[in-house]
Structures are given as C-alpha cells and as structure tokens.
Design a protein around this ligand. Structure first.
Ligand code: FPP
Length: 248
C-alpha cells in the first residue's frame, strides 16, 4: 500500500537506517564508471540527511562501506575512501548549518589513517549539533561488531569484572559500536535486494523493513516519503499481541 508521508500522524521514525544499494548499476546504465555512481550516491546522501532532518528524524544511519567491500577492485576501494575524505571536508558547512552531528560505526583498523583522522576531527567539530545524528557505517560488518563485543565480554570475565549471569541484553547492547543511539525504527534498502547484508543485525531486531526498487543515486524526497508512509501504516508489535485499533 502506498501513501504519502503524514507528519501529522506523529509517527516519524526517530532512527532510519539505509542500505544505499545500486550505485554500480546506476552508473553502468548511464554508461559511466562505477565511481560516478558512488559520487552521485554521496549527493543523494547529502540530500537525504536534509530531508530527514526536516521531517524530524533524529538519527540517520548509512551503510557506506562494509567489511566485505575490501574485495572490490582496488581503484573502486581507493575511490570510495577518497570520496569519504572529499565529502567530510565539503560537507562541514552543511552539517553546521543543518545541525548535523556525524559519527562513525565500524572498525578503525584497516581504514586509511587519514580517513580515521579526518572523521574523528569532523565528529569533534560537529559534536554539539543536535538536530540529527548521521551515523556512517564505514568498514562496518555486524559479525565484526558482535566479535568485538564478545572479546570485550571475555576480557571483563577474565578480569573478574563480570559473572556469566551478568551477560544479558543490556550488557551486550552497551557493547555495540553506538550504544548511545536508539535502535533503528525503519530500515530502508534501495535497489530491490531482499537481504540485510551483515548490517546491524542486533540493532534491527524489531525494525520495520522497506525495500524500494529505486537505485540509491535516484532516491528522492518522494521515495523517503513513501518509506515513512509505509512505516506509518505498520503496527509495531515487538513480539506482543497488539490491538490493531489501539496500536500507535
Ligand atoms: C552499494 O552499491 C554502495 C556502496 C558499496 C557504497 C555506498 C557509498 C556511497 C553512497 C557514498 C557515501 C559517501 C560518503 C561520503 C559516506 P553497489 O556499488 O553495490 O551497487 P551495485 O549493487 O549496483 O553494483
């Protein structure tokens, strides 16, 4: 069922996570190199942050580079890292004007030092911005996230700071990469694939999922509206029995 977004319904998702897929296909269809698709994808991300902030979304998480993306051709990997650097520098003005705080999720090891440094610097510059948080998943894989959490649990146990019974949902949540962020309410995937690709598997346990055929570089304000409108029509049950009339 399709509709248009209705901010008056007071059901704007606090946190939207996006798998930005289809850059390569978009470029190929235009007869352009894959990197042109990523560049256009970056422009779409710029716009989406502003559209989301204007709608009242508090957190936008974007899957920019997965732990598996290192297997791509060297020039594509290098081009994507360069694009991140260019974007961080180019977008500081937009982030300050629009109240965007930027943070990163994923392992630092493996990323070029310059990217880590520039990212940390931009995070610091934007740390007081409070309209929307942009969480960029870079060198991110959920299996790595749970491995890193498990290692910390093992360290705590080895140091006798915790007992087996202390390992619960609250502890594990606190060990994810961004424990201060709420779980995503809505997961959007572009380009039509029906999989979650090692993305936030703990955090999306109860997220509503929306898949659009639109390729990420073509993703528009209308597409975002359709995703949120679809979310507004869902009844969120969190595993419970809910009276459909009463559910908000
Ligand atoms: C997936 O499309 C997209 C990526 C692996 C990269 C996403 C990166 C951006 C949109 C740029 C983000 C920029 C910044 C500054 C964070 P694909 O290449 O797998 O597309 P395909 O499946 O059609 O080949």
């Amino acid at each position: 069922m399709e509709s248009t977004v209705n901010p008056a319904m007071n059901r704007i998702p606090d946190h939207i996570a996006i798998i930005m897929d289809g850059n390569g296909r978009w470029a190929t269809r235009q007869g352009m190199p894959r990197l042109s698709g990523h560049f256009q994808g970056y422009k779409t991300l710029h716009n989406t942050v502003i559209w989301a902030a204007n709608l009242g979304v508090k957190v936008l998480t974007a899957y920019a580079f997965s732990s598996e993306n290192w297997t791509r051709p060297e020039d594509e990997v290098e081009g994507l890292m360069e694009l991140v650097l260019v974007a961080l520098r180019a977008e500081i003005e937009m982030m300050m004007e629009e109240g965007v705080r930027i943070v990163r999720s994923g392992r630092s090891e493996g990323l070029p030092d310059e990217v880590v440094r520039e990212f940390d610097h931009t995070t610091q510059q934007t740390q007081s911005n409070s309209r929307i948080t942009l969480n960029i998943c870079l060198n991110y894989g959920w299996r790595n996230e749970i491995i890193d959490a498990a290692r910390r649990v093992a360290e705590m146990a080895a140091n006798q700071r915790i007992q087996p019974a202390d390992v619960d949902e609250k502890l594990l949540s606190s060990l994810m990469y961004r424990p201060e962020l709420p779980d995503p309410d809505l997961l959007i995937r572009t380009a039509g694939e029906l999989r979650v690709s090692n993305f936030l598997l703990w955090e999306i346990a109860y997220s509503e999922i929306y898949v659009t055929q639109t390729l990420w570089p073509d993703f528009s304000e209308e597409d975002l509206g359709k995703a949120i409108a679809s979310y507004q029509l869902r009844t969120r049950k969190f595993g419970a029995v809910v009276d459909e009339q009463q559910a908000d």
